[in-house]
Write a protein that binds this ligand. Structure first.
Ligand SMILES: Nc1ncnc2c1ncn2[C@@H]1O[C@H](COP(=O)(O)OP(=O)(O)OP(=O)(O)O)[C@@H](O)[C@H]1O
Ligand SMILES: Cc1cn([C@H]2C[C@H](O)[C@@H](COP(=O)(O)O)O2)c(=O)[nH]c1=O
Length: 225
């Protein structure tokens, strides 16, 4: 019987790695069969086209590659990782914690499409493509870290740059990231994602506070509440 797939989502720098690592470690410490995956899978050759895109080799603006083409790059990387790294584990009952998933295409690629019905058409296409046609599992729960763009910028400034000082074409474009955040709020509501408001009383909630909220939601999903 398949296990569970839990996705931690949000815009760039909102705390996904921090929270997904913490969650996976806590579940493992509780003796559960857990695996953590993250996307893009930069270490794998399967992410070559994603890396070329984010490095600006197809154009320096996100919209230089349309939502459908860019989504296909990311989907191919995910399929390779699923087949090689976690399909068997998941189908045999393992719990998979994903830092980003198909849901990142919903946030960052759907943001390129501003008119209706084009955006809904794209979202329907993406669902059918990744889950029905390509056979990736549908998440049991998507937890959306609602961290506004200014707060994400603050967190990313405080972090050592992931790529040795070089920002990718999404990170270089603060207007695009702000637009992705607005789109993420819309998509989260459409798909019933669990939304965590990461700001309270004008400040960013602590890592521990956000973790406890995530843990309580996930405990219900895995039947441990
Ligand atoms: N709630 C928080 N309060 C304070 N600092 C935080 C919080 N959450 C994360 N951080 C810090 O913010 C930085 C960015 O967090 P993290 O790397 O987890 O984000 P991310 O969403 O995975 O980033 P990316 O989208 O670039 O992969 C890190 O230095 C992390 O320690
Ligand atoms: C998995 C995935 C990612 N993206 C976007 C989201 C980010 O802007 C970049 C990846 O950068 P990170 O900071 O290294 O996480 O790519 C996307 O558009 N679609 C996806 O499926």
């Amino acid at each position: 019987m398949p296990g569970k797939l839990i996705v931690i989502e949000g815009t760039d720098g909102c705390g996904k790695a921090t929270q997904s690592d913490k969650l996976a470690l806590r579940l493992m410490a509780d003796g559960l069969k857990v695996r953590k995956v993250d996307y893009p899978n930069y270490q794998s050759q399967s992410s070559a086209l994603v890396r070329m895109y984010l490095n600006g080799e197809f154009g320096s603006r996100p919209e230089d590659v349309n939502a459908y083409a860019a989504s296909a790059f990311y989907a191919v990387d995910r399929i390779a990782s699923y087949k090689k790294e976690w399909e068997e584990f998941y189908l045999n009952g393992g719990i998979v914690i994903a830092d980003r998933y198909t849901t990142s295409n919903m946030i960052h690629q759907a943001a390129k499409i501003t008119v209706e019905p084009d955006k809904t058409d794209y979202l329907d296409w993406l669902w059918d493509f990744e889950f029905n046609k390509c056979g990736l599992p549908v998440p049991d729960k998507v937890i959306f870290l609602a961290m506004p763009p200014e707060a994400c910028q603050e967190l990313m400034r405080g972090r050592e740059n992931k790529a040795g000082g070089v920002k990718d074409i999404h990170e270089q474009n603060s207007a695009y990231l702000a637009h992705c955040y607005a789109n993420a709020c819309d998509v989260a509501a459409r798909y019933g994602w669990y939304k965590i408001d990461c700001i309270s009383d004008g400040g960013i909630k602590s890592i521990e506070e956000i973790h406890n909220e995530i843990f309580s939601v996930v405990s219900k999903v895995i039947g441990r509440a």
